[in-house]
Design a protein around this ligand. Sequence first.
Ligand code: YH5
Length: 281
Amino acid sequence: MTLTTLSARGRSLDLTRPKIMGILNVTPDSFSDGGKYVGVDAALRHAEDMVKHGAAIIDVGGESTRPGADPVTTAQELERVVPVVAAIAQNLDVMVSVDTSSPEVMTAATEAGAHIWNDIRALSRPGAIATAARLEVAVCLMHMQGDPKTMQVKPTYDDVVLEVKDFLQERARACEAAGIPAERIILDPGFGFGKSVADNYQLLNHLSEFSLEQRYFLLSALSRKSMIGAATGQPVAAERVTGSVAAAFFSFEHGAHLVRVHDVKETYEALQVYEALCQYQ
Ligand code: YH5
């Protein structure tokens, strides 16, 4: 049985065609957008803009997870994330995901109106899985080798595709065992999180396999990442838009239900071309 609809906390999203998750950084140091969106009003305006241009989900993140970044405190994360989630949930017709590893932050964000828990640590913190099950949120489980502080020092794998697959399988089973249904689980190979350029492109080549025989939804998050810059020779993240859109198109064609991107308008145009392709068989 293949999945069609992602439903969580009273909202649902048809994923028979791919959808776009727009990134909303609420870190003061967010590198990709220059940290412009830290105030609630500015964050809401940016979210509104992304929805207008085709985003079906807004992903709010208050922890900087770029390679080498320092950890954030729970208090800081709560302060950054919760008011922005509340503003979006009250004003926009969109699903809201929260990029956090903290059960405390997710609990507060869910009370403020969030629907999806996007965790780069795949619900590994104590109590995380039980909290997700109790809140009845959808979850995105991502693979990472190591932690953000050190993950790019020397990533090593015997078989990167197999190891990522096995990890995601184990996390998805743990979630299902705790009562989170498969229809609320999204898997993500975690491009750039403890992976060399070669590892990342091998994973992309095998993207469709990470839905584990279509048993779970699949998210691809490549936007502006260094693997794009490695191919295009573009060291500046904000100048990686075209390469990122190309990678998003590949993802649509290879089984991604969701793409997590900075550049919603540009990616949505690629999605419209993909939809036209699907329409005229
Ligand atoms: C992800 O892959 N990534 S935050 C480095 C960049 C550009 C972007 C140097 N949250 C993921 O977006 N959630 C982040 O260029 C995520 N999957 C999921 N599910 C890092 C990020 C980025 C890092």
